[in-house]
Design a protein around this ligand. Sequence first.
Ligand code: SF4
Ligand code: SF4
Length: 308
Amino acid sequence: MQETAKPKGLAKIWREIKRPFRRLYRKNRKSEWALKVGCDKIRCVEIEIFSYCNRKCWFCPNSFVDRHSKNILMDENLYLRILNDLRSINHDKMISYSRYNEPLAHKDIFIKRLMQARELLPNAVLHTNTNGDYLTREYLDELYAAGLRSMNIQCYLSEGESFDIGKIKASIAKTAERLNLDFNVTCNSDQLHQVSFSHKDMQLSMYARDFNVNGNNRGGTLKTIRGRTRHAPCFIPFVDIYIDYNGNVMPCCNFRSDVPEHKSFIIGNANNTSVLEIFNSAKLLKLRKILRNNNIELYPCNECNFAT
Ligand code: SF4
Ligand code: SF4
């Protein structure tokens, strides 16, 4: 049975993921982070198993990138190859299924991909974010049976809508009723409200964030969210791998290969190179060298507030 951490506020979550990372680089001169990272340190692999999302949220590049008119599946052989690569290093941390798609939109595909991951990576924590539109109690039980052990349900506000705690609580209560689950509040601040549902050994949370305050401009692509000067290194490409439905590997969740401005940030393609090789490729090492500085000069990382 997989033990997973209880949901916490975002700041606490970031502190927790940074801790092992700092330990990893403690020995390095002047606290500089090593550019090469052992594959056993990979914390999360995010895989976009298909392209489709049913929404066009104002704080997401899907508001101008077409992810709605068709659904392009990640090639099944590619998916299995990625899992087998991770199996070769006994990956036992997180596999996440949410990028710029809505993973629950295609139940048959999602359940099948979860079961394949469960079989090949029995100790990995299978996780997803969801907008919750497709979620029912029956679906939740099927996801659990297929191996999903961690899920964040997002409570999204419309553009211009204020962070109205009354509305957020009502939305969470409605979801709890639909899922027939009890919950307790784990964070209640003026920019984040988060609850944890009680469901077996699953880490199941729902939260609303005030994107007007803590949103990310997604690699400079969103004009609706202003960039913020970054004064801290970024450790994300040192520990995570992000794979688009077309096999392109990106340095973090903010970059996507279907946005022209981000093409130069494509690190490699998993169709022709192992993700483990890409994880320490010359291109990623070059980027890590820039990102380990307190004052990052590279755009759009210099105005990114992610994981600070
Ligand atoms: S934020 Fe999520 S639900 Fe909204 S458009 Fe983007 S991927 Fe879809
Ligand atoms: S600084 Fe932001 S955009 Fe740049 S790699 Fe880190 S998370 Fe991604």
